[in-house]
Design a protein around this ligand. Sequence first.
Ligand code: PLP
Length: 325
Amino acid sequence: MLEAMAKADVGDDVYGEDPTVNRLQEKCAALFGKEAALFVVSGSMGNLVSLLSHCQRGDEIIVGKCNHIFQWEQGGAASLGGIHTQTIDNAKDGMLPLDQIEAAIRFDDQHCPVSRLVCLENTQDGRVLSVEYMNSVGALCRKNNLLMHVDGARIFNAATALNIDVKILVDAADSLQMCFSKGLSAPVGSIVTGSKDFIKKAHRARKLVGGGMRQAGVLAAACIVALDTMVERLHEDHENARLLADGLKNICEIDVEPVHSNMVFFKLKTGDVSALSKTLKENGLLANTIDRYRMRMVTHYGIEKKDVERAIDIINKALRHTAKV
Ligand SMILES: *Cc1c(COP(=O)(O)O)cnc(C)c1O
């Protein structure tokens, strides 16, 4: 990736003149089966410019309570776009139940905001939404004159787990955001895809939020390498996540959640994970605490079977240690 970055042909992308950015955008549009694509700095920016492009002030989006757009993006749609949000509880499998999406759609009534967009996330906390489900939400949206946005930060993990072409998985989406900087291991960048009209609006919105980049080809070059080399190895991360989960299941203090892609969530039967998290860190193992009771571990490029075995060993020892103190 570093070599590709150093050798990248560049131009001024604010004027659409960076050949490497243009190549990445064309490649992504084709990969996802959409008319056009736009390179952005981050997943959050990709989601934000998508929402700003689909919605006017006073419009409403329907989104899962656990979804990144609602939880982890500072409510940017509201603070910067005047966009209202209606949340639905994610079901155990990460999906938003169809009947609840339907119930959340507003009537044409002067008291209400205007329903505009349904946002799905795939994978959602590592859980995979099926193509049948994505298509049925798409059909529901079309029936009700709504648009559908997919936060596909990890859409290639979903396509890998389902063993289908990503284009088929996102066919129903009016727009999609995908991150190069997660499982695909690039240092920076996300892509937004959709129709030509939508991308034209997203391009304006990107400038508005300060996302116009100049010689961004150095970044896009790494993203092209990510697409060419990192997608095909994602199944290794899924295998390692299962291996990790299987190892953790043998530790009696731990409750492990089912694994669907590259994420492993677990709880301690005794409750609080903060002491464990601290001990793991001291022993060179970094794992996110999602809240007081739940931890998340993610497998990725550079983490191999032997590292997973070492992680299980460190957790096992840490639990013996915290039990003693
Ligand atoms: C990481 C992530 C984002 C945001 O991406 P950033 O590049 O960190 O802004 C959005 N949605 C999901 C599902 C993510 O995992």
